[in-house]
Design a binder for this molecule. Structure first.
Ligand code: ADP
Length: 576
């Protein structure tokens, strides 16, 4: 409570004394507080001046009231130069507007906020700062703006570098990611390709296996020790073993005893010495079946390396059927030769009759002469003996001719059957395959399809065809070396429903003299010819109610053709 001056005057001195004492005590306290305040103000000022953060106080117009060293350094001017200047003057154009907006906002809201600012700095080097502002009360009680500036140039620089590094890193990462994606794509593609190849491989293997197993040729793969590594199903069929029994066994199991008998090193010798020499060549061997029977085989050997090892694959074909056929063909040819001889003899009969007739008429004449001599008065016995001797010789000659005839002639019946003429032609001509190759003859078939069948003695008509083909080949052989040699066999049906078979060559052809004589028995132009082939052929064809003809001109080739009746034209059924 405050005492009025009148009250103080009326106060007793003791109270006055006490009041004075109170005053002095309060004055002392105030003095002390004052001192403390001054000390803290000095401290604050020191803080302001020495702070590492730039501090600026501005009046309401934005003019600098106070600035510490750090802030002056940031701006790049002396404290004195800056004093009372608007801070705006030192701020870069780009942040000027933001600055003035910031001050306005600060003044109106008093809310502290952070503003990025750029100052021109020393040597026009842009200084970037973060500015934090607040409103403080000045000594005259007016509002002052206090700005705290922290230099973030290095930080921004670092930030820029960092962001460019981050960008670079991002780019690198993106690039790597793209590369990775590409690699992944390639990998995926490769994996797909691999899968595809694997699939193809499996498919190929399956196909190969099916081919191998479908092959009629047996395929046995053995290693260098002769151990069977694999077999296909044909091997099982040929030898009678199943694959399980063969794989892992020695190839000896399939070899005939004659091949391995008493030859302990035979297999080794075969694989090391013989096999390499016969690679790719066809060998005829005998195999041994499980039931101990022998099987004739054609064998080809192939060699292949695999994983540093050598393997042999033996390709074997069961030729039992071919062997039987070869035997049959041999017998057939023998039969043909027999028929030829018979036909020949038939044709020769007329010539032989002529031959026999001659000695017989000589015998008749000689004996007649003898009778005449005997009837004479003094018969000349010596002469009669001579004539009788001649008669005897002629009789012997006739006997010899007849004897040789008997040797040849053997009765034979014609065996007719229904035959497809085209089939017969193929069969007959296949016998000349080797001759065609050897003499470079180009053989052509022009056989009319679906011809009616003929009722013939197959062997005899085959013989006719063989004779005509043989003659053509021999004629073609006379052509100069590089002339084209053509031979064709044609079949057709003529208007009278006779089958016509034509054998045509482009050989030297026939002269007028040859054309006249060619069908006569014993006419030949060949050194070792008999001149009977065509006459026999003609008589065989005629025996089948057919005819044999030819067309030929010198240097223009020759065509022989014969006809055979069919069912329609009266095929001679029931005739022998
Ligand atoms: P050979 O063949 O024994 O001589 P052939 O009676 O079969 O007996 O033939 C008689 C002759 O007819 C042959 O010597 C040959 O001069 C001739 N000849 C046969 N066929 C032909 C032909 N296609 N081309 C040329 N001449 C042929």
């Amino acid at each position: 409570m405050v005492n009025k001056p009148d009250d103080i005057a009326r106060m007793p001195s003791a109270e006055l004394q006490k009041l004075l004492f109170d005053f002095q005590a309060k004055q002392l306290v105030l003095e002390i507080q004052n001192q403390e305040l001054r000390a803290s103000l000095g401290c604050t000022e020191q803080l302001f001046e020495k702070s590492l953060m730039g501090c600026v106080t501005l009046d309401k117009q934005g003019c600098v009231q106070r600035i510490n060293d750090t802030a002056a350094n940031l701006i790049g001017f002396n404290k004195q130069d800056v004093q009372c200047e608007t801070l705006d003057n030192y701020i870069e154009v780009s942040t000027k507007l933001a600055y003035s907006n910031y001050l306005e906002k600060l003044k109106s809201t008093h809310l502290p906020d952070v503003l990025p600012l750029k100052f021109y700095g020393k040597n026009s080097k842009t200084i970037e700062v973060d500015c934090r502002g607040s409103i403080v009360r000045g000594s005259d009680n007016s509002d002052l703006i206090c700005l705290f500036l922290s230099d973030v140039t290095d930080y921004k620089e670092c930030e820029k570098k960092l962001s460019s590094m981050v960008k670079q890193l991002e780019n690198t990462v993106n690039r790597k990611a793209e590369q990775q994606a590409e690699t992944n794509e390639i990998l995926k593609k490769t994996i797909n390709e691999l899968k595809h190849s694997r699939h193809q491989l499996l498919e190929r293997e399956a196909k190969l296996n099916s081919i191998l197993n479908a092959s009629i040729e047996g395929i046995v793969v053995v290693d260098m020790l002769g151990t069977i590594v694999s077999v296909n199903s044909a091997v099982e069929k040929i030898f009678g073993y199943n694959a399980g029994e063969l794989i892992g066994s020695s190839i000896n199991l399939l070899m005939s005893t004659t091949m391995k008998k008493n030859k302990p090193y035979y297999l080794e010798k075969y694989l090391r010495i013989i096999a390499p020499k016969v690679i790719g060549k066809v060998q005829e061997i005998e195999g041994l079946r499980q039931d101990s029977t022998l099987v004739p085989l054609d064998m080809t050997i192939a060699e292949f390396p695999l994983d540093g090892m050598h393997y042999y694959s033996a390709i074997v074909r069961d030729v039992s059927a071919r062997k039987v056929q070869e035997q049959q063909e041999k017998e057939h040819l023998e039969k043909l030769a027999h028929v030829t001889r018979l036909g020949l003899m038939g044709e020769m009969a007329s010539g032989i009759a002529h031959e026999v007739n001659q000695p017989l008429s000589s015998v008749v004449n000689y004996t007649k002469a003898c009778l005449l001599f005997i009837q004479q008065e003094n018969p000349d016995l010596e002469k009669i003996g001579e004539v009788l001797h001649k008669a005897h010789q002629q009789a012997l000659k006739a006997g010899q001719i007849i004897h040789s005839m008997r040797e040849f002639v053997k009765p034979r019946k014609i065996h007719r059957s229904t035959v497809d003429i085209n089939e017969l032609i193929y069969d007959a001509i296949s016998l000349f395959d080797a001759d065609f190759k050897q003499n470079l003859v180009a053989m052509r078939f022009e056989l009319t399809k679906n011809l009616p069948s003929v009722f013939i003695d197959r062997v005899q008509i085959e013989q006719v065809i063989l004779n005509l083909i043989r003659n053509s080949i021999e004629a073609l052989k006379e052509l100069p070396q590089f002339t084209q040699r053509h031979l064709s066999v044609e079949t057709s049906l003529n208007d009278l429903d006779y089958i016509v078979v034509r054998v045509k060559d482009n050989g030297p052809g026939l002269t007028a003299h040859q054309r006249e004589k060619i069908l006569t028995p014993f006419f030949t132009t060949k050194a070792s010819g008999m001149g009977m082939g065509l006459s026999i052929s003609r008589s065989l064809v005629e025996a089948h109610q057919g005819t044999l003809h030819f067309n030929s001109k010198e240097d223009k080739g020759t065509t022989f053709y014969f006809t055979l009746p069919t069912e329609k034209s009266g095929n001679g059924r029931n005739k022998t």
